[in-house]
Write a protein that binds this ligand. Structure first.
Ligand code: PLP
Length: 236
């Protein structure tokens, strides 16, 4: 981000950070160096409903230059005229985005921060990142699993690869593993494709997750993977 910020400054470009998951690493004492440069952003998107554990939904965008922000949206039709006094004098929230009427999402975020304090959420983010490291270790030590991306945070992408097979078979096998683990209530992994490689994607952002859960995830991935393979062997 420091390198991108430098280019933005030289080329007079807006430096926006899509930090929906990652921006909150800035409050995690052991890992905040991973997002160095984010403090230079012109704007940041972040999702308190992800790593701040706020109940769904509470998305957030913050913009450094309030005047530029307001200038992009402010518009006053006859039915939305500001008055120097009275209830319409406080400055309209709709001058900062497309919405006029809106729910009071800020309350639940504010209350959680008051109740628990920022430091606790920072510690939980560090905890999830070290669990990501733990899971990567498990994957690397398991011959039938292959790590797909060199992530350093709470997101771990890997494939079940018990033997050489085509990309297509690989994708079908791993998708089936993911769906069975979801349907059996064992784990809620998602999947994604990185540089053309389909893979299972684990994003650890729950404060209740323990390393034992990750041991179980790996064990069950291997068990279900072997089941799927033996079933396809008997049907073909
Ligand atoms: C989650 C996410 C979004 C948007 O998600 P919302 O839940 O709709 O706010 C955008 N970018 C990234 C990187 C995300 O993780």
């Amino acid at each position: 981000m420091q390198a991108i910020q430098k280019i933005c400054k030289e080329e007079k470009l807006w430096f926006h950070v899509d930090g929906c998951i990652g921006a909150l690493i800035a409050i995690a004492p052991k890992n905040q160096h991973l997002v160095a440069g984010i403090e230079e952003a012109d704007s940041i998107a972040l999702d308190p409903h992800k790593w701040l554990h706020v109940p769904f939904e509470a998305g957030c965008a913050i913009v450094r230059d309030a005047e530029a922000h307001r200038g992009a949206f402010a518009m006053h039709s006859e039915y939305l005229e500001e008055k120097p006094r009275g209830i319409a004098a406080a400055g309209y929230l709709h001058e900062y985005n497309l919405q006029t009427s809106r729910g009071f999402r800020a309350l639940k975020i504010w209350l959680m921060l008051k109740e628990h304090g920022v430091a606790k959420f920072g510690r939980l983010i560090d905890q999830n990142i070290s669990q990501g490291e733990y899971l990567r270790g498990l994957v690397e030590n398991e011959p039938d699993l292959t790590l797909i991306a060199p992530s350093r945070i709470n997101i771990v992408c890997f494939q079940y690869t018990p033997r050489p097979m085509s990309e297509e078979q690989q994708c079908a096998l791993n998708t089936e593993i993911m769906l069975r683990l979801q349907e059996d209530g064992i784990a809620a992994m998602s999947d994604t494709t990185i540089a053309g490689k389909h893979c299972l994607r684990v994003a650890i952002c729950n404060h209740r997750t323990t390393c034992k859960d990750l041991d179980l995830l790996v064990r069950e991935t291997l068990r279900v993977g072997a089941d799927v393979i033996s079933e396809s062997a008997t049907t073909t």
